[in-house]
Write a protein that binds this ligand. Structure first.
Ligand code: NAD
Ligand code: TYD
Length: 345
């Protein structure tokens, strides 16, 4: 198959491309704008594979999307490209609407016109909103997004549904829980805490630290997306999750302990506005229908991830330079939304 992977230079997209190149004979076209989150360094070693091509392009640019689809005779699309960070969506929602909503709509229309036979929309569990202490999201849980990020993903997710219902366009939707693993940009919880702890910097925990996330290793998410791509039922929605719930504070303590650092680095900061309390996924459908199950235990996955960040200091330094530094200062520096209380006084 000729597969277009959008957002292939980001965290999950690059792990997915590695999986495809290792485990299939597909031709893979990576279509990515290379925003702050996109990094060709995530694909080091893949450039030499004759089945791999890179196109720098914007999903909001119809002519670029059309040229990529027709020029490479694309048969399947896996759509990862997005603005993906909740805190950034609180700071500036507009780009989340243009990239995540309009970009998805353009990709859908052009893919349909180009006769694409499978279109996987990588959505998120955050479209369901927040859970109380009990229960888990199923595919029929009503969508109730709470952040500009999750609202934009829900809009894109529903556009995919509409393209299936209205045009019989073969869309498949995945909704996964929080991922962790190599190549994750250090604005997300786990790599941010590792990077800060390594430099003995404060570890900003939002609110009371009791928010719960369900963590899944990126490799298991990619295996699930690959199964949905090849064997999922068109129009189907597939929840993906790790059955691995952790409170943020417990996770940060675990990381600090594993890194041999002091728990005194943990700093409670103002809560994220609209902060979802708990996510948990019921992944029974993909397990029963496609035989998927997580393979990486959290203990192994977390150790491997810590080791990866320790061994890839140059990668970390490169992505933490430049624009990221300005963003971090704006949010976590004195006077910023997540600046320490004492700095704010
Ligand atoms: P990421 O931010 O690491 O990567 C996003 C990629 O999209 C980057 O390479 C970026 O350059 C590219 N991109 C952004 N705007 C673009 C545009 N206009 N045109 C083309 N490319 C563009 O994100 P991620 O964590 O790898 O997430 C990938 C997808 O998975 C997203 O759609 C996200 O909503 C979804 N998801 C993520 C998680 C998670 O825990 N990270 C969980 C569930 C679902
Ligand atoms: P994040 O990695 O941003 O993922 P998401 O918001 O998509 O779940 O955050 C995971 C959890 O960690 C979330 O409850 C917010 C919290 N968090 C902190 O407490 N401090 C931080 O500096 C960050 C980035 C996140």
């Amino acid at each position: 198959m000729n597969i277009l992977v959008t957002g292939g230079a980001g965290f999950i997209g690059s792990n997915f491309i590695r999986l495809l190149l290792e485990g299939s004979d597909d031709v893979v076209v990576n279509f990515d704008l290379l925003t702050y989150a996109g990094n060709l360094g995530n694909l080091a070693g893949c450039e030499d594979d004759p089945r791999y091509r890179f196109i720098r392009g914007d999903v909001r640019d119809r002519s670029q999307v059309r040229a990529a689809l027709t020029g490479h005779r694309i048969e399947a699309v896996v759509h990862f490209a997005a603005e993906s960070h909740v805190d950034r969506s609180v700071e500036g929602p507009e780009v989340f609407v243009t990239t995540n909503v309009l970009g998805t709509e353009i990709l859908l229309e052009e893919s349909r016109a180009a006769g694409v036979g499978r279109f996987v929309m990588v959505s998120t569990d955050e479209v369901y909103g927040s859970l109380g202490p009990e229960g888990a999201f199923t595919e029929s849980t009503p969508l109730a997004p709470n952040s500009p990020y999750s609202a934009s993903k829900a809009a894109a997710d529903l556009l995919c549904r509409a393209f299936f219902k209205t045009f019989d366009f073969p869309v498949l939707i995945t909704r996964c829980s929080n991922n962790y693993g190599p190549y994750q940009f250090p604005e997300k919880l786990i790599p941010l805490m590792i990077a800060n702890a390594l430099e003995d910097k404060p570890l900003p925990v939002y609110g009371d630290g009791q928010n719960v996330r369900d963590w899944l290793h990126v490799r298991d998410h990619c295996r699930a997306v690959d199964l949905v791509l090849r064997r999922g039922t068109p129009g189907g929605i597939y929840n993906i999750g790790g059955c691995n719930e952790l409170k943020n504070l417990d996770l940060v303590r675990l990381l600090v302990d594993r890194l041999g650092k002091s728990r005194d680095l943990i700093t409670f900061v103002s809560d994220r506005p609209g902060h979802d309390r708990r996510y948990a996924i019921d992944a029974g459908k993909i397990m029963a229908e496609l035989g998927w199950a997580p393979t990486v235990t959290f203990a192994e996955g977390l150790s491997g991830t810590i080791e990866w960040y320790l061994a890839n200091g140059a990668w970390l330094e490169q992505v933490r330079s430049g624009l990221y530094t300005a963003y971090y200062e704006r949010l976590y520096g004195a006077g910023g939304r997540y600046g320490r209380e004492e700095d704010r006084a």
